[in-house]
Write a protein that binds this ligand. Structure first.
Ligand SMILES: [Zn+2]
Length: 380
C-alpha cells in the first residue's frame, strides 16, 4: 500500500501499527503528527506494541534536524492473519502479514450448502494447511476471519436469515471458528469486507458504497472512512422491492426483490430456462463477451434495476464513489447501465463529484478488508 492508500487515522493501536507497517511513519514524532495523538499517548501505545512483539525499534531513523530518532519497524516475526471470503461454490483464502499485504491467496472449491459446521471446519483446516505450507518458521498466527455471503449480526457473529444458505440461519460462526483457534475472530458480511478493502484504494473518497454483484447482490457502506454496519443490515439492498410487470418470488419469501431479478443466481435461472447452461457469474460474463444477446440484455436490465435502487441511496447518502465489484461486475453492460440510471435520475448536486467505477482491489478486496478489520481486533 502506498501512503495515499489508507483509511483516515483514528489513533487506535491498530492504526499506529498500520502506519508503521505501511511505511507511512517510522518514528514516534511522525505517529503523533499523523494520528493527532499527544506524544505521551503515542509513546505509551508504541511501548505496548513493542512489548507485544509487534514492533521493533532499531538504528537511527531519517534525520528531521536535531536529534536522530530511532526507527520503528514492524517486527519480522510479528505474525500473520488468516482470512477467507466464502462464496456459494468456492472460497478465497489468504495469509496476510500485519501490514495487510497478502503472503499467499488461493481459491478452492467449497460448497456452503453442506451446512455451517462442515464449512467452518473446512475453513479452519484450510487455514492450518496454509500456515503449514507458507508461514515462515516461528511466525505466529494472530487472528482469523471470514466473510459470509449473507447478513451477520456484529454483536454475536451469527448469520441472520441468509438467502441460499440452508441451515445457516442463526448459526454462531464466530464461536465455531473460535473453537479451532484461541485467537481474535472476525466474521463479517462479504460486501462489508469488500467495502473496507476497496476504501484503501480510493484516496480522498471517504464516503463510498461498494456494490457486490455476484451470485447475490450486496452493498457495503463506508462513511467518513469507517464501515457503517448499523445493527448488521446496513447496505443490504438485495431485498429492496423493484417495480416490475410480473411477480417473481424471492428466496426471502417476498415478491419482486432486487435479488430476484438482478442477482447472478436470478440471471442463471433465466438463462437455463432459455436453454443456455450457466454455472457461475463468470460464465454469464463470458456469454456477454461472446456477444450472446440474451445474456447481454439480462445483464443490462440487472444494471438498470441496481442503478434504480442506487439512485435513492445516492440522493440520500451523497457518497463520493460507487464501487462495483463481484463476479458479474466485469460484464461491461452492468456498470454502464448503473451509471446511466444514476446520472440520469439523481440530483445534479449528488452526482457532480460522484465517481462510479470498477473495483480497484479486484477479487482480493474482501480479504484485504478482513485483514484491516482483523488487525484492529488483534491490537485494538
Ligand atoms: Zn427478497
Amino acid at each position: 500500500m502506498s501512503g495515499k492508500e489508507r483509511l483516515p487515522v483514528r489513533g487506535t493501536q491498530g492504526d499506529l501499527l498500520r502506519l508503521i507497517a505501511t511505511g507511512q511513519a517510522e518514528s514516534r514524532a511522525e505517529l503523533a503528527r499523523l494520528s493527532g495523538l499527544a506524544a505521551s499517548s503515542v509513546s505509551l501505545r508504541v511501548e505496548e506494541l513493542i512489548g507485544a512483539g509487534l514492533l521493533v525499534e532499531e538504528g537511527p531513523g531519517a534525520s528531521r534536524g536535531g536529534r536522530r530518532p530511532r526507527r520503528l519497524r514492524l517486527s519480522p516475526g510479528a505474525g500473520l492473519l488468516a482470512v477467507a471470503d466464502l462464496g456459494a461454490q468456492h472460497a478465497r483464502l489468504g495469509l496476510l502479514d500485519l501490514s495487510g499485504a497478502p503472503l499467499v491467496v488461493e481459491e478452492r472449491p467449497c460448497d456452503i450448502s453442506l451446512g455451517p459446521e462442515a464449512t467452518i471446519d473446512w475453513i479452519a483446516a484450510a487455514f492450518d494447511d496454509l500456515m503449514g505450507r507458507h508461514a515462515p518458521p516461528g511466525v505466529p498466527l494472530r487472528g482469523v476471519g471470514t466473510g459470509i455471503p449473507g447478513p451477520v449480526d456484529p454483536a454475536t457473529g451469527r448469520v441472520v436469515a441468509p438467502s441460499r444458505m440452508p441451515g445457516w440461519n442463526g448459526f454462531p460462526v464466530a464461536e465455531r471458528l473460535g473453537g479451532h483457534f484461541d485467537l481474535p475472530v472476525l466474521v463479517e458480511n462479504d460486501a462489508n469486507l469488500m467495502a473496507v478493502g476497496e476504501a484503501r484504494s480510493w484516496p480522498g473518497r471517504d464516503t463510498l458504497m461498494a456494490v457486490k454483484a455476484g451470485s447475490g447482490i450486496g452493498c457495503g457502506v463506508i462513511v467518513n472512512g469507517t464501515l457503517h454496519r448499523g445493527r448488521g443490515a446496513a447496505g443490504d439492498i438485495s431485498h429492496v422491492r423493484v417495480s416490475s410487470d410480473s411477480s417473481t418470488a424471492c428466496s426471502c419469501g417476498h415478491l419482486d426483490c432486487l435479488e430476484a431479478y438482478a442477482s447472478g443466481a436470478a440471471l442463471r435461472q433465466v438463462l437455463r430456462e432459455q436453454g443456455i447452461p450457466v454455472e457461475r457469474p463468470a460464465d454469464i460474463v463470458a456469454l456477454v463477451e461472446d456477444g450472446v444477446p440474451e445474456a447481454t440484455a439480462l445483464v443490462r436490465n440487472a444494471g438498470r434495476l441496481i442503478g434504480d435502487v442506487l439512485t435513492v441511496l445516492v440522493n440520500f447518502l451523497n457518497p463520493d464513489a460507487i464501487v462495483v465489484g463481484g463476479g458479474l461486475s466485469s460484464a461491461e453492460p452492468l456498470i454502464s447501465a448503473i451509471r446511466a440510471a444514476v446520472y440520469e435520475r439523481c440530483l445534479p448536486l449528488a452526482t457532480r463529484d460522484l465517481e462510479i467505477g470498477h473495483s480497484r482491489s479486484g477479487p482480493d478486496a474482501a480479504l484485504l478488508g478482513a485483514g484491516s478489520l482483523l488487525l484492529d481486533a488483534v491490537v485494538g
